[in-house]
Write a protein that binds this ligand. Sequence first.
Ligand code: ZN
Length: 139
Amino acid sequence: MIDSLYRDLIIDHYKFPRNFRRIESATVVKEGDNPLCGDKITLYLKVENGKVVDVSFEGSGCAISQASTSLLTETVKGKQVEEIKCIVGEFLAMLTEGKQPSVDLGKLLALEGVKNYPMRVKCATLGWHTLEQALKEIG
Ligand code: ZN
């Protein structure tokens, strides 16, 4: 499905999810689920002056959904909301439209192979769609 280097990264993030905790003082808390696979996540964002100063998640489900959300938290932490919106757009376009990203998505490219497996795309994009909704609430 995905080459072994990328597979190892995904398994590592599944077994040892990064930023897997609750943020009590979160600016936005957003839940997302993918009933097709049984994936569930809750995303916590703490935003100050247009910047995501902290981000975390809790959840359960398949390796792709949890690893993707773990990678998400690593990617967006410390970034400006506007920059994050751009990354979210590029990531979703890569997986849902097979579009070549125009910004460097770094480790997120580990999930690119998922685009060839439509049933798993919803797993990989769950956290990102949830993030998109959360950012809309911030405005
Ligand atoms: Zn899944």
